[in-house]
Design a protein around this ligand. Structure first.
Ligand SMILES: [Zn+2]
Length: 280
């Protein structure tokens, strides 16, 4: 098997796209973006023809990213996860993130930081897994949950953690309690430096949503998380997505990040668009 591994270099830092899955959205796409006009849909379909299937459904990618520099290795988001993950109710589990990591030459044990952009099930699937999903765990009948990246610190905005019960209380048992028990969860209060780049608070999609910005001079790369989920929101940042908790805040975050006039080039690394890297 040969998997191609898309990469983007920003100065001495490398951003690596890690495919986990692809599949159709769970409801008609017009319901996902109720304000979009026919002309805007046509424009978005020309921009990202892979995001609509033959039946007119929204076709999503699900991917994570790695950020590698001489200072360390960060993973941004953790995909839909294994067959028993919380995303199984709607997403095409199991994902292939382990294979994508292997194809990129990344051992989960060498990852020092995991940034969780937000607490939706398609972004945290591999963050914490049961023993059965850990390749090197050696079997056993236990259902104990453990961090998939055993040596990493997991970074989540405090505002997101505090909204857990409203977002998805099930994730307390499957994700945050195990991370806390393992001493691996670190809560952030707004923008925070990383070994390479920094997290940027981009609230709206969820209360404590964050993205990751990597800069080399005036060349920027933004690992967006769900700051935008479809080309519609790149071409028309004002367009709301139906599952944004606070559409006004989400709109503001998009316009603020996509409108960086100081950047000569702004690369976007998005989990759900067809192309892993695009230049805005
Ligand atoms: Zn998502």
């Amino acid at each position: 098997m040969s998997l191609s591994v898309p990469r983007l270099r920003i100065g001495s830092t490398e951003i690596i796209a890690l495919a986990d899955a692809e599949g159709p959205f769970f409801s008609p796409r017009a319901e996902a973006f109720p304000e979009a006009t026919a002309a805007q849909w046509a424009e978005a379909d020309r921009y990202d023809p892979g995001a609509v299937d033959a039946e007119g459904r929204w076709r999503l990618q699900f991917r994570a990213y790695a950020i590698r520099s001489d200072k360390g290795l960060t993973i941004v988001d953790a995909g839909i996860g294994p067959a028993d993950s919380p995303a199984r109710s709607w997403a095409p589990v199991p994902g292939t993130l382990p294979e994508s990591l292997a194809a990129a030459g990344i051992d989960p044990a060498e990852v020092d930081t995991v940034v969780l952009t937000h607490l939706h099930t398609d972004h945290v699937g591999w963050a914490v897994v049961t023993e059965a999903a850990v390749p090197s765990a050696g079997g056993g009948a236990t259902s104990d949950r453990r961090p998939y990246f055993p040596n990493a610190e997991y970074l989540l905005q405090r505002a997101e953690f505090d909204a857990l019960d409203a977002l998805n209380p099930q994730l307390r048992e499957t994700l945050t309690d195990p991370l806390v028990a393992a001493g691996r969860l670190r809560l952030l209060d707004g923008d925070t430096p990383l070994r390479a780049g920094r997290t940027v608070a981009t609230p709206g999609h969820t209360p404590g949503h964050q993205s990751v910005l990597v800069a080399d001079g005036r060349e920027l790369a933004l690992v967006t998380g769900d700051l935008l989920v479809h080309a519609l929101q790149l071409l028309h940042p004002e367009l709301a997505y139906a599952h944004e908790i606070d559409p006004e805040a989400a709109r503001h975050s998009r316009k603020r990040l996509l409108g960086r006039e100081t950047a000569t080039t702004l690369h976007l690394a998005t989990p759900h668009l067809t192309e892993p890297f695009i230049s805005a």
